[in-house]
Design a protein around this ligand. Structure first.
Ligand SMILES: [Zn+2]
Length: 332
């Protein structure tokens, strides 16, 4: 690079793109200070999905978290807005704001009750994944015995399709994901999962899963945690390698970004070592100082994809247009 015309092309493409981060790793706690959302907004990102609970805390945790996060956003409308439909995300882009929706990282949050799906939807949850690493009453987790989607899990997929919530297969086991993609009538995503063919990790996904996701019209979000990308490698170049692999396998229109970025001051070392059942040994979770990609790296991803020969339209899709397309179809 260094050529001025190329630089202005990167700037133009990035400025015009609607940038979408399909999953942040912000710790779901009502005491979490959301001032760190500025990391996204100042990087020119228009949408981020924040998880409000995962399978380890009690399921009721979601409610004080939703209450606190909603109040924070509604008290800072000069910078943020709550998402109802994709029109809100487009408005955020126009106004230089960050649109926020919520997701569930595991369906223990439903407490076995199908009626919870539409309640969570009413509270701003627009995406949910089945099982956080270990099996639950909905299906199988990626670090557990590979059970399929349960009977209850099947009804949950139908209910998500009905209310307009994105079905997310990240963290779940192979069979559960394949069965969910088979029965969902809407596009299905992997909000934050990398291809196993590029870096072998049990959290990453096979070519079969990637093809099945694309066949639903869905998107795979390249995730920025160093242990899922390589040997604790969260460099932009490595993220781009994962993105290029996906694009070659199923087409750039099925590739997106789900950074799983956490606020800089958060140290999860204790959390991870306290639950070796959810974060098992031999999977790199005990790596000291696990690296994570920063929101500002999405500009560099844009730059490198253009350098590698992707068209402006393809790059715009990867930066956010592809997830926007899915959200538009699912949320209505
Ligand atoms: Zn995750």
């Amino acid at each position: 690079m260094g050529d001025e015309a190329t630089h202005s092309r990167v700037d133009t493409v990035y400025r015009d793109a609607l940038v979408w981060d399909s999953h942040a790793g912000v710790y779901p706690d009502p005491r979490t200070d959301l001032a760190g959302l500025e990391n996204w907004r100042q990087a020119g990102i228009s949408f981020v999905s924040l998880n409000v609970v995962y399978d380890i805390p009690t399921w009721e945790t979601a409610f004080p978290v939703l209450a606190a996060y909603r109040r924070y956003i509604e008290s800072n409308l000069d910078r943020y807005l709550m998402v109802d439909t994709t029109d809100d995300v487009k408005r955020a882009k126009r106004e230089g704001k960050l649109a926020v929706a919520f997701d569930l990282e595991g369906m223990c949050a439903l407490n076995g009750d199908l009626d919870m799906v539409s309640l969570f939807h009413r509270l701003g949850v627009r995406q949910a994944l089945f099982a956080y690493n270990l099996n639950n009453e909905v299906g199988g987790g990626c670090h557990d015995e590979d059970i399929g989607l349960t009977e209850f899990g099947r009804t949950v997929v139908q209910e998500m399709n009905r209310v307009g919530m994105i079905v997310d297969c990240s963290h779940s086991a192979y069979r559960t994901t394949m069965e969910a993609m088979d029965i969902s009538t809407d596009p299905v995503v992997f909000s934050h999962s990398n291809p196993k063919a590029v870096w072998h990790h049990d959290r990453n996904i096979t070519d079969d899963q990637i093809r099945a996701c694309a066949a639903t019209g869905g998107v795979v979000g390249v995730t920025g945690l160093g242990i899922f990308l390589g040997a604790n490698d969260s460099s932009t170049g490595t993220m781009v390698e994962h993105a290029c692999y996906l694009a070659e396998l199923v087409g750039p229109e099925h590739v997106g970004i789900g950074l799983d970025h956490i606020f800089d001051d958060l140290d999860l070392t204790e959390e991870l070592s306290a639950r070796p059942d959810y974060w098992p040994p031999g999977q790199g979770y005990d790596t000291p100082n696990i690296n994570g990609a920063q929101p500002g790296q999405i500009y560099e991803i844009c730059d490198q994809l253009l350098t590698r020969g992707f068209s402006d339209t393809e790059v715009t899709g990867i930066l956010g247009g592809n997830f926007l397309r899915v959200a538009h179809q699912v949320w209505g």
